[in-house]
Write a protein that binds this ligand. Structure first.
Ligand code: SAH
Ligand code: DHB
Ligand code: MG
Length: 222
């Protein structure tokens, strides 16, 4: 579902508060030119992620699902000069486009895009003691969302913020189709969060240029 007014409001907000930016515009253009799906977060959502990372004072960020690195640029720009972001991406073609976009944005020194299925690379991060991360953004294959949030918790410290994208999917989260693994995965993630005493969480619906969707945020309490 979409609505012309959602686009008008996103355009109004973005024109005033999210000024057009060479590196971000080029990242989207080159991602589209390379045939990547146009499923990056919207500009005002990217700015929201950037503000969350700033509020969090994040020095180490983990992203699961890089695509062309659009959300990665927004998150990495919140890091101090000695901060670090690790982004996990299954598709080597996506990773290659993302690395070029990040280099053009001047962030190559702060960001590592790691290729492979996240469920294979997350255990490596643990072995390397890459965490604890201050903020984790989960935005990959939705069927694995419960595993990703469990891994985010493993790689966290008290105070870590976990953000999960696309948790509403035009309302389908509340009208579940048992044959859709993206929705059953997201519902299993909600149940994991609800039953995990170390997580304090909520979720918000969003409408805009990306349709009707939503974000879950969870804070690690202990
Ligand atoms: N965060 C990006 C959008 C990510 S789209 C942005 O907002 O700009 C989801 C990405 O997750 C795709 O690039 C897809 O290839 C990747 N992905 C899918 N399955 C994955 C897996 N098992 N491990 C890691 N990445 C995966
Ligand atoms: C899809 C994935 C996303 O991460 C997103 O933000 C929007 C759509 C998808 O797989 O359809
Ligand atoms: Mg997403």
């Amino acid at each position: 579902m979409t609505n012309p007014q959602w686009h008008e409001v996103d355009a109004y907000v973005t024109d005033l508060l999210v000024p057009a930016d060479e590196a971000l515009t080029a990242a989207l253009a080159d991602s589209a030119a390379a045939g990547l799906p146009e499923i990056a977060v919207a500009p005002n959502q990217g700015k929201f992620l950037n503000l969350l990372a700033q509020v969090q004072g994040a020095r180490r960020i983990l992203e699961i699902g890089t695509l062309g690195g659009y959300s990665t640029i927004w998150l990495a720009r919140a890091l101090p000069a000695d901060g670090h972001l690790t982004s996990l991406e299954y598709d080597p073609r996506h990773a290659e486009v993302a690395r070029a976009n990040l280099a053009r944005a001047g962030l190559a020194d702060r960001v590592e895009v790691r290729t492979g299925a996240a469920l294979d690379t997350l255990p490596l991060l643990e072995k390397e003691a890459a965490g604890p991360f201050d903020l984790v953004f989960v935005d990959a294959d939705k069927a694995n969302n419960p595993h990703y949030v469990a891994w985010a918790l493993r790689l966290s410290r008290p105070g870590t913020l976990i953000v999960v994208d696309n948790v509403v999917r035009a309302g389908r989260v509340a009208a579940p189709d048992p044959s859709d693994p993206t929705i059953t995965g997201t519902r299993a993630m909600f149940e994991f969060v609800a039953n995990e005493p170390r997580l304090d969480a909520t979720a918000l619906q969003t409408v805009g240029t990306k349709g009707h969707d939503g974000l879950l945020i969870a804070r690690v309490t202990s």
